[in-house]
Design a protein around this ligand. Sequence first.
Ligand code: ATP
Ligand code: MG
Length: 158
Amino acid sequence: DWINFTDFFNKIIDRFEMTKSGHVSFVRNIPQDELYVDIDTDKITQVLDNIISNALKYSPEGGKVTFTIDVLPSELQIRVKDEGVGIPQESVNKIFDRFYRVDKARTRKLGGTGLGLAIAKEMVFAHGGDIWALSKEGQGTTVYFTLPYDPEQEDEWE
Ligand code: ATP
Ligand code: MG
């Protein structure tokens, strides 16, 4: 479906903002512009649900979660940044593998299967995008993904 990604992303964040516990705050760096993309909304909802619930799951008391959309020449770059426990350098690329979880003991008590990001990767790739993460242990994690975007498309809507 062709949808305005700005509205779509804001609505997903709103849903988390309404149900989250008080321990984290949200910051949005999202342009006002209408950014039309052709995506499977159910699948990209699943991608964002997993990335955002991870960010919340690993955030400390008082942590900040920052949501960003950057408009690049031929893609949207979406970022979700947290101030959580972080991921060791040698593991940061493995978190997109099936069943991979960084710290067995820590993650066992937080629940989950270790499939969320593997599924997210499949779905983003199916859209022609990419997904990756940068992290510093003890400082936080940023998960990035891209979606193909054609700025010319906007003109055709007028
Ligand atoms: P599921 O998503 O299936 O409920 P999960 O959250 O453990 O389980 P993934 O979402 O695939 O699985 O994440 C894989 C692992 O990557 C997590 O277990 C965790 O160790 C690490 N991880 C993911 N996101 C973060 C984050 N924001 N901060 C710290 N570690 C993270
Ligand atoms: Mg997860």
